[in-house]
Design a protein. Structure first.
Length: 159
């Protein structure tokens, strides 16, 4: 399943630039991943590095193209008033398995610092609801990410 979402993400149109649109699924994904990284109000270096690694792995990009996509996601998130603009784009472009895998990527970023903050948990919950990912799939993705994160702490309201 994870490979299917990576394959899909790699096949999306390239070239996230300063003029990238939030209608671009790559920018929408970057904005949501950036948003969850900042949900707790503290952006740690390990979270920023995981954010860029997820973008790089998902889209097979690096260097200037990676920096442009990260910046486009940051800019889009900072300019947005809600998550719907981004989630509606992903919902149109990802199948059910792809949406579940995307929630898994969000959890990877949440647990990059080894801690689950309630605002991060709430953000993933809202995104999952908006893109149609069932509670049990969201919880399972969280458990997997927590199990892979060294020294992960914090509990979800789902437990």
């Amino acid at each position: 399943m994870f490979e299917r979402v990576l394959s899909f993400l790699r096949d999306l149109p390239a070239g996230a630039s300063a003029h990238a649109s939030t209608d671009d699924p790559r920018v929408a994904a970057s904005a949501l991943l950036y948003h969850v990284m900042n949900a707790d109000g503290v952006r740690q270096d390990v979270e920023w590095e995981r954010f860029k690694a997820v973008l790089s792995e998902s889209y097979s990009i690096s260097g200037a193209e990676l920096e442009a996509l990260a910046a486009a996601g940051e800019r889009a998130d900072n300019e947005s008033i809600d998550l719907y603009a981004f989630t509606s784009v992903l919902k149109r472009h990802l199948d059910a398995d792809g949406r579940k895998a995307f929630i898994g990527l969000m959890w990877e970023i949440v647990y990059a610092d080894g801690e689950l903050h309630e605002l991060e948990d709430n953000t993933v919950w809202r995104v999952a609801e908006l893109i149609g990912v069932e509670r049990h799939d969201r919880v399972e993705a969280r458990r997997k990410a927590a199990a892979q994160a060294p020294g992960a702490r914090g509990t979800s309201s789902d437990e």
